[in-house]
Design a protein around this ligand. Structure first.
Ligand SMILES: Nc1ncnc2c1ncn2[C@@H]1O[C@H](COP(=O)(O)OP(=O)(O)OP(=O)(O)O)[C@@H](O)[C@H]1O
Length: 720
């Protein structure tokens, strides 16, 4: 049994667990916890754990399990819900922050962190993917949150045996910590310095908690110092199984960081936990138990008092009690008492009757007052002035009602429009193979392996993702032609396209394999059916033969039937093997689809960033500057190119970003400046000031695309 399997096994048994990856930036924490972005075989601990958990849940039919998922990101000591649907409409900073609440028993509750039920592995993986996409979309080139934020993916499991009142709860936190490098070494300033300080501080507090936990006689563990330690309070030390994965960089220059990571790992290894089961009683079953107890007590009481108390008092008893109450009230003696014995039903009825008498008296009193008023009204007719006042008031109220009705109508129309729009968006998504990715992608339509409802969910989930991306990146559903063209070039020259193409090929292969397997499975199924039919017919023949020849049925096995049976068994084995393979293929295909979706989101995001940057630089440079140098926005200086690469680069993809396409066909900087000079000399360029930007992004994109196309033709001419 692998470590993960053993670990998740105890979570299934009801123990809390945490697996966290600790190490410097780029050492492989995300790769370990979530997985690599390229191959199915690179999937990380989260998808593998989910796969194992759901496999076990399916096997164990003796218990009822419920699984929920939450995904929390901690950035600069603020918590964000990565599964908050509002991610679609807001930036990270606008989302409600996840806050920590502590109950009197010092249990931690997280406000604004949503829990999502996942009934299958696929649903859980969808949530992981959604969270990862939200995380990626929320980050900007200047804020690579994945490096500087902590992420906690939590699987909440509850289990109970049918009929039992005891429910077991367990949480498994899978934590991808921010990079652990020291501020001094990173040598950064501004926003990055603030982030680095927060990271160092939170990792420092995590270290303090770990040290405190490893010291035997420490009574106080400083969990409250940071959000991370507060969230992991019940899953670090104490009642929990904890595993730390230390990730190291093998480069020599990182030796200090590697030693510091190993030291930390050593301290973590000293903690000894005594995990206990998290059990609690189900309230519904508790009620049943208490009702039973009440009945037992009633029986006991009846036995002691010798009185069998039925549910209700008789009519005569009730009348008697009411009489008693009335005479008690009428009795002028202040010492008088209402004696009804120790029967609670009788006491309650007396009180009830008392209340009734009191209320009747009150109402009677009121009605006397109102009849007095009526009499007065009749005597004095309304004065003209008062009548006018009341009429005005009535008119005023009428107006108010009209205004409110109009407002209501408007709101209703708005809601209807929104509904209409969302249904249009859905339709657009159906055609949205119109996105920058050409139609007929092998990875485009989801495979028809899963059942129909799941497919519908998948499609709507993908639609949601697609529109989410569009809204987040500001990308329109319909790109202008120029923009589409630019995107095609951008995509073609992007380093990730190799991986995307590879995955596309693998996906195609897997898809064909799955299709072939599906056909073979169907064949095997029909063959089994045919064989069974043959067996039945053989039986009938044998019986008919016995009847016609009047021979008693032979106890000897029929060799033909035996052969047919062994063929059925063989086909069943084949069917099972193929089915298992198909299931594995389905998981692999889905994972590959996730990876490709992720790569697409990344590509579109980077394209948008690059496009926005180009548009800004064009705005800055035009019109006055461009009047002097029309080519300036396109023929960039090496410094400008370097700046862009810097801006877009991230820890993992430096090499990829370095070869991001420049807005003009790729030219080396020297060549560019030479060509630029040549163009300036030779082309009677129209000043850019004659093509002003409009401020409307769609129109400006078209203008930009037109200029680019023109410039590209001019360049081609010059190079010939
Ligand atoms: N075991 C591995 N095999 C292959 N590639 C790896 C492995 N570990 C990490 N990588 C690659 O190294 C790069 C950095 O890894 P990763 O993003 O997981 O680092 P990290 O520690 O999570 O960094 P950060 O702190 O910035 O989030 C990625 O491109 C990843 O694919």
């Amino acid at each position: 049994m692998s470590h993960i399997e053993a670990f998740t096994f105890s979570v299934l048994a009801g123990y809390n667990g945490t697996i966290f990856a600790y190490g410097q930036t780029g050492s492989g924490k995300t790769f370990t916890i979530t997985g690599g972005a390229e191959r199915y075989s690179d999937r990380g601990i989260i998808p593998r754990t989910l796969s194992y958990i759901f496999e076990q849940l399916q096997k164990d039919s003796g218990k009822i399990y419920t699984t929920h998922i939450s995904y929390l990101e901690i950035y600069n000591e603020c918590g964000y819900d990565l599964l908050d649907p509002r991610h679609e409409a807001s930036t990270l900073e606008d989302l409600p922050k996840v806050t920590i609440l502590e109950d009197p028993d010092q249990n931690i509750h997280l406000k604004n962190l949503s829990l999502h039920q996942a009934t299958t592995e696929e649903e859980a993986l969808n949530l992981l993917f959604l969270g990862d996409t939200n995380r990626m979309i929320a980050e900007t080139p200047m804020n690579q949150a994945s490096t500087r934020s902590h992420c906690i993916f939590t699987i909440h499991l509850s289990s109970k045996e049918p009929g039992s009142a005891t429910v077991r709860h367990a949480k498994l936190h899978l934590v991808d910590l921010a990079g652990s490098e020291r501020v001094a070494k990173t040598g950064v300033g501004g926003q990055l310095l603030t982030e680095a300080k927060y990271i160092n501080l939170s990792l420092h507090y995590l270290e303090q908690v770990i040290i405190a936990l490893s010291e035997k006689h420490r009574s106080h563990i400083p969990y409250r110092n940071s959000m991370m330690t507060s969230v992991l309070r019940d899953s670090l030390g104490g009642n929990c199984m904890t595993t730390m994965i230390a990730t190291l960089s093998l480069e020599k220059r990182n030796i200090d960081e590697s030693i510091s990571t190993c030291r930390f790992a050593q301290r973590v290894a000293l903690i000894k936990n005594e995990a206990v089961l998290n059990e609690e009683v189900d309230p519904r079953l508790m009620i049943i138990r208490l009702q039973k107890e009440i009945q037992e007590l009633k029986d006991e009481l009846a036995l002691v008092t010798g009185e069998q108390r039925t549910e209700a008092l008789t009519e005569a008893e009730l009348l008697q009690l009411e009489k008693l109450t009335t005479s008690f009230l009428e009795d002028q003696d202040p010492e008088s008492r209402l004696e009804v014995g120790t029967d609670m039903r009788k006491i309650h009825h007396c009180f009830h009757h008392l209340k009734k008498l009191l209320n009747d008296k009150k109402i009677h009193g009121k009605s006397t007052v109102s009849s007095e008023i009526k009499e007065q009204d009749c005597q004095e007719p309304l004065k003209e002035e008062e009548y006018k006042k009341l009429r005005d008031l009535l008119q005023q109220r009428d107006n108010e009602i009209n205004i409110l009705v109009n407002m209501l109508k408007k709101e209703k129309k708005k809601a209807q429009d929104a509904l209409h729009l969302s249904s249009m968006n859905r339709n657009e998504f159906r055609h949205s193979q119109s996105s920058p990715f050409p139609a007929g992608n092998p990875e485009g339509p989801r495979m028809s392996l899963s059942s129909a409802p799941t497919q519908a969910q998948d499609v709507s989930a993908l639609g949601c993702r697609s529109s989410l991306l569009h809204r987040k990146t500001g990308m329109r559903e319909e790109m202008s032609l120029g923009r589409q063209e630019a995107f095609e070039i951008f995509k073609r020259d992007h380093a990730d396209i190799v991986t995307i193409e590879d995955n596309k090929q693998t996906l195609k292969q897997r898809f064909y394999e799955a299709k072939a397997l599906g056909e073979s499975i169907n064949e095997a199924r029909s063959k089994i059916g045919r064989l069974k039919e043959e067996i039945t017919q053989r039986h009938m023949q044998q019986v008919a033969l016995g009847i016609s020849e009047n021979i008693a049925a032979s106890s000897k096995p029929d060799p033909v039937e035996e052969k047919l049976r062994s063929q059925v068994e063989e086909e069943k084995r084949r069917y099972k093997a193929m089915f298992t393979r198909l299931k594995a293929l389905k998981v692999e295909i889905e994972h590959l689809q996730f990876l490709m979706e992720k790569a697409k989101v990344k590509l579109q995001k980077e394209f948008e960033a690059w496009w926005a940057e180009e548009a800004t630089s064009l705005q800055v440079n035009s019109p006055a500057v461009n009047a002097l140098n029309p080519m300036k926005p396109f023929l960039q200086t090496p410094e400008a190119q370097h700046e862009r690469a810097q801006c877009l680069s991230d820890k993992s993809d430096v090499s990829a970003r370095k070869i991001l396409p420049s807005p003009c066909p790729v030219l080396h900087s020297q060549q560019q400046s030479r060509t630029g000079a040549f163009l300036e000399d030779s082309i009677p360029a129209r000043p850019m000031s004659s093509i002003p930007l409009t401020g409307d992004s769609q129109t400006d994109s078209d203008i930009l695309a037109f200029i680019k196309a023109r410039q590209s033709i001019l360049e081609k001419k010059c190079l010939q």
